[in-house]
Design a protein around this ligand. Structure first.
Ligand code: KIV
Ligand code: ZN
Length: 510
């Protein structure tokens, strides 16, 4: 059996299915480049039939990434497969991932098909996908609640039809580790042509077991794990890439395989994904949480200083803590700025955008002593004009004084029309948000407001995340600035610009 464990990242597809985590095409390309730098084997770039935007994003990732294989998701439907094939046309290496549900409840209630029809559709889908690429992956959705005998039948048939990867999803995160491992073992031993395919797993985290279930599957012969950065994904998320990779790497005494991931890129990728999606990483999150290598108690600190292995099973630098944090300052020139951006795989469509980013960098460097990579990432997100920008901040003045009610004076441009208002609020952010709503009247509800410092120190930029909801649709917005009231306003406007554009988009599993 192969000693290579394939890492299939689905941050851009399943990760994006988390409510509020939608990403623009440019953001997807930036994340894909960071995954490529990490040497992820396969990047699932999206679900091309979902919308024109999704199609173009997959296409853009396929054009930009050369070292990782690019995958597109398709239901077992002709149009889905054709669209995926089209979006992947320029990829250096492509894969089509097609799926159909196989659990009794999904077949009956969702598909309204009998099991024979499901097998027939699965086989046809794989055959059609093979017209576009010889790398076809098939998933029996909700495999974790499907009947093993039926799984054996459908999987044998799709291998015969040309699928070379069989992905076993625990779609609703229902399985327990020993049970899921046994399922992989049984499928591998019972399916007569199982040796012609690689077994993959795709676990959801509803019971907090996604990583444990994935690792149990690997111990039972799975050789591909589908995962996401920071465990992003539908509901409670998917298995976290960083946890799967580091568990296998750290416990080589237990695993007879390993990934080829460059683990030093993990923290940078985690920061990028959390900055773009606005999904903050909890401090005690394994591997990428701010406290994951911090030692609070005196006894631990003493032990670590004497010999780090007393309390540390991994080295912080091996996952990218304290690396990739090149510092630029106010004396750094245009060349140093451009070079560091290139090293971070950040490019601009035009020289004008680069000049604007450099102008903002100088402004920031004047306020802030040292500019780190994280600051640059935030600055770039700020510089790129969002697609369909309808609302623009022209100016903001906020008065906040002990014993007085804070007041915000705000000028916004909405659809190129400028308006000015003054509003009071319980605090400066509240006053500023009331002023925005007095002009825009968006009818949205603020579901989340959070502030984090991007780097340390009181001169650090504050990064604000907001989540807005309207008619069941959720979007998030981010803004960064050394002034947190301005960062808050930028974040709110960023979210408004997303929610004000109606989107018709198909969800693959509904
Ligand atoms: O969770 C799931 O079953 C999926 C499939 C599309 C693989 O995401
Ligand atoms: Zn999933």
């Amino acid at each position: 059996m192969s000693d290579k464990l394939i890492i299939f990242d689905t941050t851009l597809r399943d990760g994006e299915q988390s409510p509020g985590a939608s990403m623009t095409k440019d953001e997807k390309v930036r994340i894909a480049k960071s995954l490529e730098r990490m040497r992820v084997d396969i990047i699932e770039a999206g679900f091309p039939i979902a919308s024109i935007g999704d199609f173009e994003a997959v296409q853009a990732v396929a054009n930009a990434v050369k070292d990782s294989r690019i995958c597109g998701l398709a239901r077992a439907l002709d149009n889905d497969i054709d669209r995926a094939g089209e979006a992947l046309k320029n990829a250096n290496a492509s894969r089509i991932h097609t799926f159909i549900a196989t659990s009794p409840i999904h077949m009956k209630m969702k598909l309204r098909m009998d099991p024979e029809q499901v097998i027939e559709n699965a086989v046809k889908a794989v055959q059609r996908a093979r017209r576009y690429t010889d790398d076809v992956e098939f998933s029996p959705e909700d495999a974790g609640r499907s009947e093993p005998d039926f799984l054996c039948r459908i999987l044998e048939a799709v291998i015969d039809a040309g699928a070379s990867t069989l992905n076993i999803p625990d779609t609703v995160g229902y399985n327990l580790p020993h049970q899921f491992g046994q399922l992989i073992y049984d499928l591998r031993s019972r399916i007569p042509n199982a040796d012609k395919a690689i077994f993959s797993v795709h676990c959801h985290n509803d019971l907090g077991l996604a990583v444990a279930n994935s690792l149990s599957a690997v111990l039972n012969g799975a050789r591909q794990v589908e995962c996401t950065i920071n465990g992003l994904g539908e509901r409670a998320g998917n298995a976290a890439l960083e946890e799967v990779v580091m568990a296998v790497r750290t416990r080589q005494d237990m695993f007879s395989c390993d990934t080829t991931i460059d683990t030093t890129q993990i923290v940078a990728a985690s920061r990028l994904v959390s900055g773009i999606t606005g999904f903050a990483v909890q401090p005690n999150k394994a591997i990428v949480g701010a406290n994951s290598f911090a030692h609070e108690s005196g006894i631990h600190q003493d032990g670590v200083l004497k010999s780090r292995e007393t309390y540390e099973i991994m080295r912080a630098e091996d996952v990218g803590w304290n690396t990739n944090r090149m510092v630029l300052g106010k004396h750094s020139g245009r060349n140093a700025f451009r070079t560091r951006l290139e090293e971070l795989d950040i490019t601009f469509e035009s020289e004008t955008d680069l000049n604007e980013a450099f102008r903002r960098f100088k402004e920031l460097a004047d306020k802030k002593h040292e500019v780190f990579d994280e600051d640059l990432q935030a600055l770039v997100s700020d510089t790129i004009t969002p697609e369909n920008e309808r609302v623009r901040l022209i100016s903001l003045k906020v008065c906040s004084e002990t014993g007085e009610t804070p007041v915000a004076s705000l000028t916004l441009s909405v659809d190129e029309q400028e308006s000015h208002v003054q509003m009071a609020g319980s605090g400066p952010v509240d006053a500023a948000y009331k002023a925005i709503e007095a002009i825009v009247a968006s009818g949205t509800e603020l579901q989340l407001y959070s502030v984090n410092n991007i780097t340390s120190g009181t001169d650090a930029q504050g990064e604000v995340n907001v989540r807005l909801e309207k008619g069941g649709r959720i979007v998030s917005g981010q803004g960064a600035d050394t002034d947190i009231v301005i960062a808050s306003v930028k974040a709110y406007i960023n979210a408004l610009n997303k929610i004000l554009v109606p989107i018709v988009r198909a969800h693959p599993q509904v």
